[in-house]
Design a protein around this ligand. Structure first.
Ligand SMILES: *Cc1c(COP(=O)(O)O)cnc(C)c1O
Length: 345
């Protein structure tokens, strides 16, 4: 596939902003930096951040097994997704394909960027309908979003289906792996080199416990990464975020322990949920949340709010009638949830 043909002409023609720190990155402590109109007095953040976040990318590349040239970082995955839209989708002309019920940002970003949304609902097992997706795609379909494990359903998509979609869809396939660190399925990053039209996004917001610092990760071919780099704001990942991400990623064991704990708690929660009579279905989960079907989602949601417990009501999502989504909390929070669910029956 010729990726250049998918890029918006405006973006291809763009001359990127060259920041002071793009032109020169010093490695030695005795350099004198009088290039960026910064305040020279040290306070830890008086200098602009590294626009290429090289230390952080190096660390990520060793943890994730992807070379730095195949990584772009953003202010949360939300910024990464927006950059992808602005690279490939011509406003008022192109369209994207999403598979509801799924993450809401794909549609919001399409609307912001004046891009038509083609929706192909997941099947009864929340798997992609491959034929229908390929049928609905046309020459203006630039992006196909596959969220796996999917939010809010919790399941992963079948490898064979994803493989076929990447092979046969004539645009970019974006696999959103926000929850991959909770899953025992292999990340698609291991197969990045096989597909020129594949983009994978991940985040430090979920398993890594850093939703507050806003760090999203994008993996793609060097060709795609270099275009995204041309349009990203030069200093999109601030110094505090880079520092905090580095110090947390250096403690991989901590994250691993927390993930193990959360998964244990998820299984325990599922067992307890089975004994609640107004819960009619508990969907299997590869993520740190569970989707359940209840007798009356609006009523149960309101009852939980009254007791001070905030969960997500997904009843208006296609295929999720009367469904609630519970995030896995601490052992104490999960006990409170179960006690409260029992008390409202
Ligand atoms: C939570 C979530 C994200 C994370 O977005 P950030 O902007 O990185 O916090 C991305 N995709 C999905 C499907 C999510 O549920």
């Amino acid at each position: 596939m010729n990726i250049q043909d998918l890029i918006r002409p405006t973006i291809k023609a763009l001359k990127p902003y060259s920041s002071a720190r793009d032109e020169f990155q010093g490695n030695s402590d005795d350099m004198v930096f009088l290039d960026a109109n910064e305040n020279p007095f040290e306070n830890g953040v008086n200098r602009y951040p590294d626009p290429q976040q090289r230390t952080l990318k190096y660390l990520l590349s060793t943890i994730k097994g992807v070379t730095q040239q195949n990584i772009l970082l953003g202010n949360g995955s939300d910024e990464v997704l927006d950059l992808i839209y602005r690279t490939f989708c011509e406003p008022n002309q192109d369209n994207i394909i999403t598979l509801p019920p799924t993450y809401g940002m794909y549609s919001v970003l399409a609307n912001i960027n004046a891009i038509e949304i083609k929706s192909v609902q997941l099947d009864a097992d929340f798997q992609p309908k491959v034929e229908d997706i390929l049928d609905v795609a046309n020459s203006n379909s630039k992006l196909l979003f596959l969220c796996s494990p999917n939010n809010p359903t919790g399941n992963s998509f079948e490898v064979k289906s994803i493989e076929r979609l990447i092979d046969e869809f004539k645009g970019i396939v974006v696999i959103d792996e926000a929850y991959i660190d909770f899953s025992n399925k292999e990340s698609w990053t291991s197969r990045l080199n096989e597909f020129s039209n594949l983009i994978i996004t991940q985040t430090l917001s979920k398993a890594y416990g850093m939703a507050g610092i806003r760090l999203g990760i994008c993996y793609a071919s060097e060709e795609i990464i270099s275009v995204l780099n041309r349009i990203k704001p030069p200093y999109n990942v601030n110094i505090l975020t880079q520092q905090k991400a580095i110090s947390q990623l250096e403690q991989q064991g901590l994250t691993q322990n927390q993930v193990t704990n959360i998964l244990k708690e998820r299984d325990l929660l599922i067992t307890k949920l089975e004994s609640i009579d107004y819960i009619s279905k508990i969907y299997p989960s590869d993520a740190n949340f569970v989707l359940v079907e209840v007798d009356d989602a609006n009523k149960r949601y309101d009852q939980l709010i009254d007791k001070g417990i905030v969960i997500r009501n997904r009843t208006t999502q296609p295929g999720c009638e009367n469904c609630l989504r519970f995030t896995i909390g601490t052992p104490k929070e999960n006990r409170t949830l179960i006690d409260t669910l029992k008390s409202i029956s």
